[in-house]
Design a protein. Structure first.
Length: 261
């Protein structure tokens, strides 16, 4: 059996060829019944003659199988996917993106996940701002879903049954003068999160503190976590557009390029 490096060497495009192979695997992963050469050529924007040179070694090494005119993912592609999946470690994979966001903004950046049993979110990674006045949380600290940016983002992408159960039963305690305690308003906020792909919370959980959060999606398209940036309210408001854009971009990168719909 030839090695993976040989496969890449046989397709002489270097990094461009590597990108072509990855795009091909992603395309065929979304077409389990297979695609003909002509359709693959159009989808990838690669001439059929050039594409055929890439496909032949992949078929030879069982990354692809051919049945009549159709190309499908082969057993070695699925073995590779299983190996990659077993190494999936969300905090480790996302840490670099969080560090880049924290360095660029000089604000506190966190990664939060939903605890389905307690109906709260939990911080699983925390990067504090170096500024003397900053938004501070602790690793493992939890918070409510209804009054926080991370909480509403995580809740907004749960199943309708989970959302309805939470909105109907949650105790919406006013934590500050700005905390929403109206259930119908909360429902509309969750719809707005899904429409915009992020949420900004201003002084709703802690006076004079603010946060913006955006969702991180997993390979199956389900929400895994929320990237959250926190800062004093006045500082976040003064730079809100730039900070929102930075958080949304970071979350999209952490999602493998999948943006919130």
């Amino acid at each position: 059996m030839t090695g993976d490096s040989e496969i890449l060497e046989r397709d002489s495009g270097g990094p461009r060829a590597m990108g072509r192979v990855l795009a091909l695997l992603e395309l065929l992963a979304g077409a389990p019944v297979g695609l003909p050469l002509a359709d693959i050529s159009v989808a990838l924007g690669v001439p059929k003659s050039t594409l055929l040179n890439s496909l032949r070694p992949l078929v030879s090494d069982d990354f692809l199988v051919v049945e009549g005119p159709l190309y499908r993912l082969g057993p070695r592609a699925f073995r590779l996917a299983a190996t990659v999946g077993s190494a999936y470690d969300l905090p480790r994979l996302v840490r670099g993106y969080l560090r880049a966001l924290a360095d660029a903004t000089q604000e506190s950046v966190n990664l939060a996940v939903l605890d389905h049993q307690t109906h709260r979110f939990v911080y699983i990674d925390v990067l504090e701002s170096p500024r003397p006045v900053r938004y501070t949380v602790r690793l493992g600290m939890s918070g409510p879903l209804y009054s926080t940016a991370a909480g509403r983002v995580l809740l907004a992408y749960q199943s309708p049954d989970y959302q309805n159960d939470y909105v109907a039963k949650a105790k919406l305690t006013p934590l500050t003068a700005r905390t929403n305690t109206d259930r119908e308003v909360l429902r509309s906020q969750l719809e707005e999160v899904r429409r915009k792909g992020f949420w900004v919370s201003l002084g709703e959980s802690v006076e004079d503190s603010a946060a913006v959060a955006a969702p991180v999606f997993g390979p199956d398209g389900g929400v895994l976590a929320a990237v959250s940036l926190g800062a004093p309210s006045d500082r976040l408001v003064a730079n809100q557009d730039a900070l929102v854009a930075a958080v949304v971009k970071t979350a999209a990168h952490a999602s493998g390029g999948m943006a919130a719909a």
